[in-house]
Design a protein. Structure first.
Length: 486
């Protein structure tokens, strides 16, 4: 990535474990001149390139096992000077249907936003050490592991094995050895750590020396308050807030996250108070019912009224992206609400709103309540058509319990809890135990896949699921569910 930046090359990171078809699609859309890969992937890439639409494609395998000193090496070219119209990189968003969506970011404005948001939300400055424990193939890795910290003169800690971060002994060693000031990771990793330690243990129990951890951050799936409480007790950062980030690949970086300067939220599931300069609003705050209907918006949909530097430069997709309203407001296609103190809470995708007998229900509010129940690790609520109610709710949950009797009791407890905490209309039609819910490499649950499973009552193995981080575990869980329903 940094070499591409030096040479002025528009770059695109692609996950090596994607299927051949998925990689071919990305090559055909991005149209690269050169493909860089590890040496052991050379044969795979050459085979894939034969099925691409490009006639001329250079493949450059790199031997990462070499340990040569390149400090005295003379560059064969001078650094390239970008212009204001230059593209910096393209990323593909995950999906299981249709062609992947390509999101391109330009140079100047993206780098400005990287620098600003890395300092504003994570406190990075010259000499600060940040450990962004997410993959470079996602926008978080680009912005907060590379460009943001380096533009500020900070130190970025890189780890090539994300699963290892879930081992508390190794994590404590890394945080200690690198004198990390900010640890930013996925909620999935936090849950993994939570299940790996004893109730009263802290990260200090796994480090050789005193840590200098100023703040921690979370990304990927929504942060449950219970997980946030555990994380604060385990890491004991100097700051009172968790940098619980809200962003999209299209936004170039974090839009909003809790900061101590704005006062700490009472609930760690909040994503903080939006900056006034951003103009982030709930649609019903600025539009009446007639205007909402004309724009095709739900009342609690989140909009951005003002421009910001991180916004994408170009989108390439075979679907209608529909990013702007007729009035010119940016649509995030998420719903949310503010509490009395002005803190923002995200309620999931606007198309994840479930209409049960005329009652508009957010999948995330059911999921948030579900994970408060002891033994429930994760939850996924989706809708299925119903001839009487319009739609009904199907709830999938994961747990570390694998006793059929206890799982049955847990399913009943979930329905009772949802009835007490929410309403009768929120109660799921069916509740299923699902050992490993499908996730992207950034830790987000792929609700679209679970919705298709609930609607079709069978699993189409012909679909490409290589974008899942846990494909093998997901397939195994699917077979377990199928066997139980026979």
């Amino acid at each position: 990535m940094l070499s591409s930046l030096l040479l002025g090359a528009h770059h695109c990171i692609c996950f090596e474990d994607l299927s051949e078809e998925a990689i071919i699609q990305r090559i055909d859309i991005f149209k690269p001149d050169i493909i860089l890969s590890r040496l052991d992937l050379k044969d795979k890439i050459i085979s894939i390139s034969k099925n691409c639409k490009l006639n001329k494609l250079s493949i450059l395998p790199i031997d990462l096992t070499e340990n040569e000193d390149y400090s005295e090496l003379e560059y064969g070219t001078k650094p390239y000077l970008y212009n204001s119209k230059s593209n910096l990189f393209t990323l593909f968003t995950s999906g299981s249907t249709g062609l992947p969506k390509a999101v391109t970011h330009g140079l100047n404005k993206y780098l400005n936003y990287s620098k600003f948001s890395t300092n504003y939300f994570f406190g990075v400055s010259k000499g600060t050490s940040i450990f962004t424990a997410t993959d470079a193939g996602w926008i978080n890795g680009h912005t907060y592991a590379f460009y943001g910290p380096l533009l500020l003169g900070g130190i970025s800690v890189i780890n090539e094995n994300p699963l290892a971060i879930g081992m508390p002994t190794l994590l404590g060693e890394i945080l200690s050895d690198t004198n990390t000031n900010c640890f930013y990771t996925s909620v999935t990793v936090l849950r993994l750590l939570m299940s790996s330690v004893k109730p009263n243990q802290t990260i200090s129990d796994f480090s050789k020396q005193k840590l200098n951890l100023e703040r921690i951050g979370s990304c990927g799936e929504p942060l449950a308050n219970s997980v946030g409480e555990w994380a604060m007790a385990f890491f004991k950062p100097q700051r009172k807030s968790i940098v619980n980030t809200y962003f999209q690949t299209e936004t170039g970086g974090v839009l909003v996250a809790p900061r101590d300067e704005d006062s700490a939220p009472l609930d760690y599931s909040s994503v903080g108070k939006p900056r006034k300069e951003l103009g982030l609003v709930i649609a019903s705050e600025i539009m009446n019912t007639t205007e909402l209907k004309r724009e095709g918006l739900v009342p609690n949909e989140i909009l951005i009224c003002n421009p910001w530097d991180g916004i994408f430069k170009q989108i390439i997709s075979d679907k209608d992206s529909n990013y702007f309203t007729n009035s010119g407001f940016f649509r995030l296609h998420d719903i949310g609400y503010r509490d009395k103190q002005g803190f923002l809470y995200i309620g999931g995708r606007s198309d994840d709103v479930i209409n049960v007998a005329g009652h508009r229900i957010s999948s995330s509010e059911i999921e948030s309540i579900s994970v408060t129940l002891e033994s429930v690790n994760e939850a996924c609520a989706v809708s299925v058509p119903d001839k009487f109610y319009g739609s009904r709710i199907i709830l999938y949950f994961s747990t570390s319990i694998y006793n059929d009797k206890l799982i049955s009791q847990l399913s009943i407890a979930l329905k009772n809890l949802i009835k007490v905490k929410l309403t009768h209309y929120h109660i799921p039609k069916k509740v299923y135990h699902f050992r490993d819910l499908p996730k992207t490499k950034s830790g987000k649950i792929m609700r679209r896949i679970m919705r298709l499973l609930a609607e079709e009552s069978f699993f189409d193995e012909s679909r490409d699921y290589s974008t899942l981080a846990n494909k093998d575990k997901f397939m195994k869980s699917l077979k377990e569910l199928s066997n139980k329903n026979k």
